[in-house]
Design a binder for this molecule. Sequence first.
Ligand code: SAH
Length: 206
Amino acid sequence: MVEEQLAGRGIRDARVLWALGRVPREQFVAPTHPERAYDDGALPIACGQTISQPYMVARMTELLAVDNADRVLEIGTGSGYQAAVLAQLAAHVYTIERHEPLLIEATARFAALGLTNITSQLGDGTLGWPAEAPFDAIMVTAGAPRVPTALPAQLADGGRLVIPVGAAHEQTLVVVRRHGDTFAHEQSLPCRFVKLRGAAGWPEHD
Ligand code: SAH
């Protein structure tokens, strides 16, 4: 997976490749199809959600430019795979999920893998995690109609936010960088994520 799907397709950051090589993806996919764990695509998980394609996990992690002293916020825990990758690279990862069954399973995986630098919480991530802010990096792993205002505001000076923004079925990865009170926006690659639902996202129900 690391050689063919990631390095072979332009993921250059050696720390990111190392991190993805360390996390056993088969432990994060549904036990009904372990043979698909290293497929080149997203896979279904419980609650109608998905575990992202390995390439997208790597690309977003690379764009986040995580340092080993960083405190990172992830929104959309899902299977917990992306949080486990970030936990290899950061000092601490905070992750928020709105579906309790997913959060319970993910938390059990973190414990089984001995990942003690992840703190997870049930809630609406469109509001960020004010009690633990500011963060050096924030990654949103669900598609938003627009950048929720709370998120750039919870970045530390020099902090980065990576978030898919756009329509329900197709988004663009947006990188926001904070310098003092200035926020620079940059558009990266097209992507397709499940909906970010909540106060500053899509409606809770269709
Ligand atoms: N990072 C995950 C991908 C999960 S898919 C992984 O590695 O497996 C996106 C997740 O975002 C879903 O689990 C969905 O329930 C969650 N989500 C959507 N809106 C949310 C919100 N407002 N707050 C927290 N989680 C949210």
